[in-house]
Every structure is written in C-alpha cells, then in structure tokens.
Design a protein around this ligand. Structure first.
Ligand SMILES: [Zn+2]
Length: 322
C-alpha cells in the first residue's frame, strides 16, 4: 500500500516517535535535493498525523489509504503559480481562510507546500501569522532545496528536517522492484543519478538528458587527458541549444566536485559518471579545480544572460584545458 521510502529511516522513525508522543510539530520543512523523496516524506508525515490505526502510519486504515492515493479531503497541496513556480498571495490567503474551518474527516488538516524555492517574500509574509499561531488542528508541511528558501522569521517557526539520498543499491532496488524498471536500464540510471530515485526515474524518461550525461562524462574524460580538441568538439555539440548547454555545465560542475572530493578520500556521488570523475581526480590540483569551477560558473552566467552560446562554449573549452 505504502510506497517504500529509501535512505531516510531515521527521519521516518523520528516522525513516528513524534506522533507516538503526541508531539508532532505544526510546521515542518523537508529540505534537500530534488528527487530524494521530499514529497513522499511529506505524504508520510500527513499519513502519520491522520492515521486512525495502530502504530501510525498503519498504511491500512481509510485515512492512510486516501492519503496514499492523494484523495484525502483534509490533506491539501496548494497550487503553484507564476513563472518561478511560487505561490500567489491569493493562494496563501485561501489557505489561511480554509485553515480556520474544522477538518472534514478526522481531527487534523495538513497543508503541503511543495518546492518552496520560488516562494516570494510577500506570500511568505502573508503566511507568517498562520505559521506562528496555527489553529490546533492545522499542520503545515513545506519542501525546498534548502532552508535558505525561507525568511528567517518563517524558518524559526518550522522544524527543518534534512532529506538524505539513498545508496545506489537502494536506488537500484527501488527502480526494479517498485517501478518495474529493467535491470540494464536501472544500472544505467543509477550510474547517471546515484542514489536519487526521482532523478533516475526522470532520466529514464528523457533521452536528451541521457545524451547530456553521456556528454558530461566524455568531457570529464577528455579533461582528465587534457585533450583540448575533444573538449572543444564535445562542447560545440551544444552550441545551438542554450538550455541543454546550461544543463551540461551543471552536470560538468558536479563531476568536478566529485573529482575534487575523491582526492580527499570522500565518497562522492553527486555527478553523473563516477569512473570519469575518478580519472579526473588523479593529479587534479585544488587550484586547477577552482579555476575550472569558476570558468564553468562564469560560462553558465554568460549563457543565462543570453551571450552567444557558441562563443561562450568555445571560450570555456579554452579555459578548461589551459
Ligand atoms: Zn492508518
């Protein structure tokens, strides 16, 4: 009934304990990288709060079943709006007036605000009062990439909970057992996305993304060999596609971060290809890594500011192998 949640057993335990002690926070923030299961944890939190069975969340009572299917009348997912996918002041006002009304089914109401990174100051300020003094039956759940998505005043009223990635093995198990992905595809997705199930699923659906991760791995390999020609040729493949070029630079930067972390003996798996990152890490000086990181960041900003993609990528290729 319940979709398994991987890599965050401590968080699940914490939520169950809070419920058992009748100490569930009225505002909680699940923060961490996209795809790690923040939304699943938010649903788990709501399930635990509203469960009518024994050992909440039981996964079997009518409340748990409705939440699992996203049809519970007392669990609301306020709608995103605007360019940055934030929340409008109207939406927030609607939540505030709805929050005063008693629950339909049980004794609690849960509002889940997902992906709050684009939430502007105005809606946050509008929501502040409710977060500070919610009616006894109201629980507010937020998800974001980082805690810095929120104003300090809002943040001080929430319990922030970090959402961790799972291991590549857990990710592989989730793909094959819970999502019916074939073994070979699961292996490829895990090598591209590590312990991020959401990203792995998205990657499997997206052939452009597959091509981009392949290209990022190839560039990493060419950088390890200081093969300027290959680096330039691979980058040039995206000179007519600004959006993909931006993504490629993000992937490259993660590869670089992994390569540097590996030098310090850390277990790095943020990037899309471990083997080429290992190659690059050999003999990579901190100063060269810092220069490359800056060059990538500058190129990203230039692309974002609409400078010619061809010129930016050519200049970047030159700097990366200098
Ligand atoms: Zn239940």
């Amino acid at each position: 009934m319940m979709t398994p949640i991987y890599g965050n057993d401590a968080v699940l335990e914490q939520i169950r304990t809070m419920r058992a002690r009748d100490r569930m926070p009225q505002a909680v923030l699940f923060w961490g990288e996209r795809g790690r299961g923040r939304r699943s944890l938010a649903r788990y939190f709501a399930m635990t709060a509203l469960c009518n069975g024994e050992n909440a969340p039981c996964g079997e009572c009518p409340s748990c079943r409705k939440i699992a299917q996203d049809i519970h009348p007392d669990v609301m997912w306020p709608e995103h709006s605007g360019k940055r996918g934030g929340f409008s002041v109207e939406t927030v006002r609607h939540v505030i007036s709805d929050a005063i009304v008693a629950p339909n089914d049980g004794d609690r109401k849960v509002y889940i605000f997902t992906d709050c990174d684009g939430m502007d100051i105005r809606p946050q300020n509008t929501l502040l009062k409710l977060t500070e003094e919610p009616p006894a039956h109201v629980l507010l759940v937020f998800t974001a990439l980082s805690r810095s998505a929120f104003l300090e005043t809002m943040l001080s009223r929430m319990m922030p909970i970090a959402v961790r990635p799972c291991t590549p093995e857990e990710c592989r198990r989730a793909l094959t057992q819970d999502h019916g992905v074939r073994d070979a595809d699961a292996d490829a997705a895990v090598s591209a996305c590590g312990g991020n199930i959401g990203q792995a699923l998205a990657w499997l659906e997206d052939s452009d993304m597959q091509a981009l991760t392949r290209c990022a791995a190839q560039i990493t390999g060419a950088l390890a060999q200081k093969n300027a020609y290959s680096v330039l040729r691979l980058l040039a493949g995206y000179e007519k596609d600004r959006q993909s070029a931006l993504t490629l630079l993000e992937l490259l930067d993660l590869q670089l971060r992994d390569a540097l972390a590996m030098q310090y003996g850390q277990n790095a798996c943020a990037g899309c290809d471990r083997r080429s990152a290992e190659g690059l890490s050999r003999g990579l000086s901190v100063s060269r890594a810092a220069r490359m990181h800056e060059a990538i960041r500058d190129a990203w900003e230039a692309l974002d500011a609409n400078v010619s993609t061809r010129i930016v990528l050519a200049a970047l290729g030159g700097e990366l192998v200098s």
